[in-house]
Design a protein around this ligand. Sequence first.
Ligand code: 5GP
Ligand code: ZN
Length: 114
Amino acid sequence: MEECIFCKIINGDIPSKKVYEDDVVLCFEDINPAAPVHVLVIPKKHIKNLNEMSNEDSNIIAHIFSVSRDIAKKLDIDDNGYRIVMNCGEDGGQEVEHIHFHMLGGRNLSWPPG
Ligand code: 5GP
Ligand code: ZN
């Protein structure tokens, strides 16, 4: 996955503002924030998107949500609330082909999204 931007962030070739890291996931600030708090939570394993995820990878996704709960507390958006978004494919607006979860908070978020 030499050309994947997020794999490069994971291995340190591209710098990022890290919020959380463990053996399975990395969380870092989005470079173009859409809300006062906008971080990305990604698995260290390169998975293109949900279509490409195997059943065996579902534990990774479960871990991402456990971690996201703790990150919400750490970033102090847990009480006011936040949104987790995963874009998949062209119509879903996915630009980076390494599965990732946006965590957005710090303001009242409109619904439905555009
Ligand atoms: P997508 O549209 O694929 O769901 O979201 C990709 C996100 O990755 C965008 O919000 C974009 O701002 C962010 N992004 C793209 N390249 C970089 C980068 O090099 N560093 C960081 N921190 N975020 C990035
Ligand atoms: Zn990747």
